[in-house]
Ligand binder design. Structure first.
Ligand SMILES: CC(=O)Nc1ccn([C@H]2C[C@H](O)[C@@H](CO)O2)c(=O)n1
Length: 101
């Protein structure tokens, strides 16, 4: 089974179903609809759930909007700040939509 990691601070939101997308660089978005993925914490690699990919869609940083913020359970300014810190200067992102399984 494929694997993806999330920073541990997002674990609670994912398990609660409040965070239903993640925005990643191309090398971290090699998934297709229907993939079932093992999810673990980035910091300690502890498994915490499985997800199914609904869709993977290119999105530019400049296009991020309220929809993306709601799906990430963040304010839009906060989301842009988080993305800028993880991927400084990167405009080409991929939105991975997922559901808990
Ligand atoms: C290694 C790595 O990049 N790990 C990541 C990348 C992104 N996230 C989170 C941060 C935001 O909530 C979204 C971005 O859409 O995904 C992460 O947890 N771990």
């Amino acid at each position: 089974m494929k694997n993806i990691t999330f920073y541990s601070r997002f674990e609670t939101d994912i398990l609660a179903g409040c965070k239903t997308i993640t925005l990643r660089e191309a090398s971290d978005a090699q998934f297709v609809a229907g993939d079932r993925i093992r999810v673990s914490r980035y910091e300690d690699d502890v498994f915490f759930c499985n997800i199914e990919v609904i869709a993977v869609t290119p999105v530019q940083f400049a296009e991020l909007n309220q929809y993306h913020a709601v799906q990430e359970n963040m304010m839009l300014d906060e989301l842009k700040q988080v993305i800028s810190e993880i991927y400084p200067g990167l405009n080409e992102l991929f939105m991975i939509e997922f559901r808990l399984i």
